[in-house]
Design a protein around this ligand. Structure first.
Ligand SMILES: [Zn+2]
Length: 340
């Protein structure tokens, strides 16, 4: 029995020597000290030992049991230390690795151009107004002197909303809303999204405009020309050539498109693709506010006069940055947007 105990002790110590994890040490403990363990079996066999041998054998069994227990405790400490250092190693942070820089965004090119335009007109004394994007027929068309058979009312251009509403086709209804609620004199601009049923390289179903208008006693076409020439030269350069060309809009009379000297060819034309050889680039529509518009809002056209203009923001951004397709503004391609 004494020999058996020595064997058990040696086997337990050897098993512990190769037990590298907490689980492996626990297995050894169960094998030797568990309820069905080898050492437990020997202790149970003590009742078969003769009474005079029992004290000696008892002391031996207890000593070996103590030895195995302390060896187990030691192995457990070692296994835990190994596991801890393995975990520390796997979770180690290399503080010398360069950090990942957070990508900082910037304003969309259309927002940048809008702000630039607003700054120019605010600098000239205009204040800023807003209006709804879903409009009624009266503010979008009728009060702006659109005849009932005007093609802009046609389904091809206007996006209709249930209940007789329309997605505003231009920012001009803001003119009506301001004039209905205020009395002249005023100089106002309004910017925002506008909608038309149209989509190709130069038209988008949603696009943006900046609208401006000035109403007072004695406002003349010379005021229109002066304000717009000044604004356009702030945007495109102080010595930029500017011309007004007769045009037609339902809500202005007379009406004029404003062209600037082409910055692709310096106004020479020829084979220039930007101006298609004309030497001029159209940038906005304008005119003297039609007397019928004043009548719609209750102003006396004999007393008041004014001018109005509308600028396509996408168009200005496309000219400014030489962009060939309007759809690039709305594709959300970072390779494109990062260039501005
Ligand atoms: Zn040109």
């Amino acid at each position: 029995m004494k020999q058996e105990l020595e064997e058990i002790r040696a086997a337990a110590i050897a098993a512990l020597a190769s037990a590298a994890t907490e689980d492996a040490v626990e297995d050894v403990r169960v094998n030797y000290l568990g309820r069905k363990g080898r050492l437990t079996g020997v202790l149970r066999g003590m009742r078969d030992v003769s009474p005079d041998e029992r004290p000696l054998m008892g002391a031996l069994v207890n000593r070996i049991k103590d030895e195995v227990e302390s060896a187990i405790a030691e192995a457990l400490t070692k296994a835990r230390a190994i596991e801890r250092s393995r975990r520390v190693e796997s979770e180690r942070i290399d503080v010398s690795v360069p950090g990942r820089r957070a990508i900082l965004g910037h304003a969309h090119p259309l927002t940048q151009v809008t702000r630039e335009l607003v700054d120019v007109f605010v600098g000239l004394g205009f204040s800023v107004a807003e209006g709804p994007e879903i409009e009624d027929d009266y503010h979008n068309f009728e009060a702006l002197n659109f005849p009932h058979d005007h093609p802009a009312r046609d389904m091809q251009d206007t996006l209709f909303v249930e209940g007789g509403w329309v997605m505003r086709t231009h920012t001009s209804p803001v003119q009506i809303r301001v004039m209905e609620s205020e009395q002249p004199p005023f100089m106002v601009i309004a910017t925002g999204a506008t909608y038309r049923h149209d989509s190709d390289a130069t038209h988008s179903p949603m696009f943006h405009q900046i609208e401006g208008f000035m109403v007072d006693r004695g406002v003349t076409f010379a005021d229109l020309k002066g304000v717009l020439t000044r604004a356009v030269r702030e945007l495109f350069g102080a010595d930029r050539a500017v011309r007004l060309r007769p045009s037609f809009f339902p809500f202005t009379e007379p009406s004029a498109e404003l062209d600037i000297g082409c910055f692709g060819c310096g106004g020479r034309g020829g084979a220039c693709r930007l101006c298609k050889g004309t030497g001029w680039i159209e940038v906005l529509g304008s005119g003297m506010i039609d007397p019928n518009v004043f009548r719609a809002v209750g102003y006396d056209p004999e007393e008041y006069s004014g001018f109005a203009f509308g600028i396509g923001i996408e168009r200005i951004a496309m000219l400014k940055y030489q962009i060939d397709d309007i759809r690039r503004f709305f594709a959300n391609d970072l390779r494109f947007l990062k260039q501005f």
